[in-house]
Ligand binder design. Sequence first.
Ligand SMILES: *Cc1c(COP(=O)(O)O)cnc(C)c1O
Length: 396
Amino acid sequence: MEEQHESGLGFSTLAIRSGHHRTPEGEHGEPIFPTSSFVFSSAAEAAARFSGDEPGNIYSRFTNPTVRNFEQRLAALEGGDCCVATASGMSAVLATCMGLLESGDHIVSSRSLFGTTAILFEKYLKKFGIETTFVPLDDLAAWQSAIRPQTKLLFLETPSNPLTEVADIPKLSALAHAEDALLVVDNCFCTPALQRPLSLGADVVIHSATKYLDGQGRCIGGAVVGSHEIVGEAVFGVLRTAGPTLSPFNAWVFLKGLETLDIRMQAHCKNAQQLAEWLESHPKVERVYYPGLSSHPQHDLARAQQSAPGGIVAFDVKGGQTAAWTLIDATRLLSITANLGDTKTTITHPATTTHGRLSPEERSQVGIGNGLVRVAVGLENIEDIQRDLSRGLDSL
Ligand SMILES: *Cc1c(COP(=O)(O)O)cnc(C)c1O
């Protein structure tokens, strides 16, 4: 993103340099602090740290300098006051809900949602008295009419997985605020390099750092970004007590990932755009879902809200599941795996994997057909990715 941030520094400068507080050793690279606890100079200092009278590290379930470095860097990139890192993207969602909600509260969520998030809401939060109503991502009237006096959160991902539907963040934020609710956006698909939900009116941003923030498929982790009150107190309070904190080693890997985030995202988008256009012209492809195509229903909204369309392309092949599986099995280069946001291109059949736990009716409600294939476009040469898909497509 070219825009200037509050600090006056550009996105990549912040991604490369922010959050590192150099130690007296004078290290150039960010250090890893693999320590579970921190030493106090006296009993009085220990007491002051524990009571909160004196700032400083106590124990790595609460704070760790490497984890803090990642948190400060991601907060700078998202334009948030505060960030807390978590052991996974899912624990970021869970800690946010535990920090902000109580029994009797209600969530309105997009129906197009990462499958595990949907199960967390529907099965586990429900056990603790928190109900969720699912609505179509792009239907503002449905969001409005699902809101009840108990509604505390509106939750969405945009673009959605796997169909890349785009939600209108400014409008949904206005809707949430008019009803005294908060808007939470899972910014996994775009990352702050392409979209900054807080500047569009969202209150909380969630990340699965496992995906593009890492960028090379190495570690599991997550983060929550927002105001000091929401994230620094409510969400952090849950984390330090319940314990799904990020390890310093994983935080360090993500720090290195952030340094190249902007150029990687630009390259993912360039490959994805080219692949989407090529697929759209292929006779064995029924329909392509990619916000960068003018045929995408929210193409204009995506252009207004994102600086580029993203790296995920989904498409329906003619011939349903048999054709989709034939295509997937004919690949030799692409990885048949559910992860995304990797330099390596991955290919999945959502109906039988990531969204396999939904009933056939639920899948058809969200528009995931048996012929749908999702490609998380990596950074290999685009010609090689196309050749690998051609082999299967041409055999159909
Ligand atoms: C992967 C993913 C998550 C969950 O993240 P984990 O790191 O796997 O726990 C949440 N939201 C989206 C959109 C994802 O793709």
